[in-house]
Ligand binder design. Structure first.
Ligand SMILES: Nc1ncnc2c1ncn2[C@@H]1O[C@H](COP(=O)(O)OP(=O)(O)O)[C@@H](O)[C@H]1O
Ligand SMILES: [Mg+2]
Length: 426
């Protein structure tokens, strides 16, 4: 017992305390209280309870971030929408934020940035979370915000997360340089655009992998069958869904929830429908990456989705350059946004991303196929060919018929004319 007391007292004596130098006692007490509060009441972010494959992903992220290291480290997480960037980051944040003097999770940057003075609001939140902005203190310009972040956080060990960034100015005005932050600080940025991270010279990059088949089946079953893990009743149907989602957690969750408590027949009809019409909740999450592209890049994306998936990149570039698309650079951008991947010099895309491309083209003319910029399936092409041929024949026949009628009337006129003329002469 005495031994225990001794070692406990020794440990306490070795703890580095607060030094009271020129500060007033009241000030240091406030500082101590704030410090303890930040340790006890750190923000706990909500994450789904049903997570799969998280340990493996977190392990990788932990090794890249290395919380115990003394350097200020910036780590970027990128990937398509719904792959789990925000979720992994939240779990990491919940597990590690107590190891920092302060922490700030700036969620939905892309959305807030679009709002009036959105960036200023984000700067304020960062300063408030770090407890370095007084309640009555005002922030009127970005530059003022940058100066405050630099001068007030440079001695603090902070954990800052920028979630779903999509513009360089967000990074420049919130986490511009490493020396803005104190020793051991860690900055995490999640985005759909890898190029943003390269431009900002991150120390490490991480693309979370898709769920493997077992993880996907676990996640899907959690939502489709809830407590009763009955996927044995629907094995082939479950497998079709797993194949359709190709390991995208968001898609598995959406489809699993939508099939919960449905009958075997309903499952089958939903699945048949999916082959023709994609689930719009999923498509709309993926569409965000498409919307940030220029017109030429959009055209390249649609051409790859409709015609060139699995083709050699060089071959596709030659064809697309013929259309004036600057394909080499365009495909680079699509790759940065995880819309296209290059494997063995061939172009690939996730099946759901391809469905997004098809859906965008379909939207150009849902009922009128002729309005669509691209036709890729046999039935549509056949339909159009028949329609055009019929139209052509119709025009041809009408045209010829009218010419025939004119000639006929002309000859009739001539005959009658000569007849009357002949009669007159006689
Ligand atoms: N490993 C996982 N296990 C279970 N659900 C997950 C997993 N990763 C993501 N999800 C779920 O998928 C959805 C999308 O994840 P999110 O992290 O928002 O994707 P992103 O930020 O890449 O767009 C969320 O509802 C989340 O709960
Ligand atoms: Mg996200």
């Amino acid at each position: 017992m005495i031994q225990k007391w001794r070692s406990a007292l020794r440990e306490v004596a070795n703890l580095a305390g607060y030094e009271l130098q020129t500060e007033y006692e009241s000030e240091i007490v406030t500082r101590i209280v704030q410090d303890i509060l930040s340790k006890l009441m750190y923000e706990h972010l909500h994450v789904d309870e049903k997570l799969v494959g998280m340990d493996f992903r977190l392990k990788r992220l932990n090794s890249l971030i290395s919380v115990d290291s003394k350097d200020v480290r910036m780590v970027g997480i990128y990937g398509i929408g719904g792959i789990g960037k925000t979720t992994i980051t939240k779990v990491f944040y919940n597990q590690n934020s107590h190891q920092f003097q302060s922490s700030s999770f700036l969620a939905n940057i892309r959305e807030i940035f679009k709002e009036n003075r959105g960036l200023l609001r984000l700067q304020k939140k960062l300063l408030r979370d770090a407890q370095v902005l007084g309640v009555n203190e005002k922030l009127t310009t970005f530059d003022e915000g940058i100066n405050m972040i630099k001068s007030r956080l440079c001695h603090k060990k902070v954990l800052v997360v920028l979630d779903d960034a999509d513009h360089w100015s967000q990074l420049k005005s919130l986490v511009g340089k490493r020396d803005w932050f104190g020793e051991g600080s860690k900055i995490i940025i999640t985005t759909r655009n890898k190029h943003l991270l390269i431009e900002h010279e991150m120390d490490e990059l991480y693309e979370p992998p898709m769920l493997n088949t077992n993880e996907a089946l676990d996640l899907f079953s959690e939502y489709a069958f809830r407590r009763n893990h009955r996927h044995d009743d629907y094995p082939s149907l479950s497998n079709r869904i797993i194949y359709y989602c190709q390991g995208l957690p968001f898609a598995l969750k959406v489809l699993g929830s939508s099939l919960f408590s449905k009958t075997h027949g309903q499952w089958k009809s939903e699945l048949d429908k999916l082959a023709l019409e994609p689930n719009m909740d999923i498509i709309n999450v993926l569409r965000i990456s498409y919307e940030g592209l220029s017109n030429t890049q959009k055209n390249i994306f649609l051409d790859i989705a409709c015609f060139f998936k699995g083709e050699y990149k060089d071959f596709v570039i030659k064809i697309l350059d013929g259309c004036g698309f600057f394909a080499e650079s365009g495909i680079g951008v699509l790759n940065d946004r995880c819309l296209v991947t290059i494997l063995d010099r061939k172009l690939w895309m996730h099946d759901l991303i391809q469905q997004l491309g098809w859906e965008i083209v379909r939207e150009q003319g849902y009922t009128n196929i002729g309005r669509r910029s691209r036709l890729w399936n046999f039935v549509d092409v056949q339909h159009m060919l028949i329609k055009k041929t019929v139209l052509f024949m119709h025009t041809y026949i009408c045209y010829n018929f009218s010419v025939f009628m004119l000639v006929y009337v002309y000859y009739a006129f001539l005959i009658l004319h000569s007849y009357f003329l002949g009669n007159k002469c006689n």
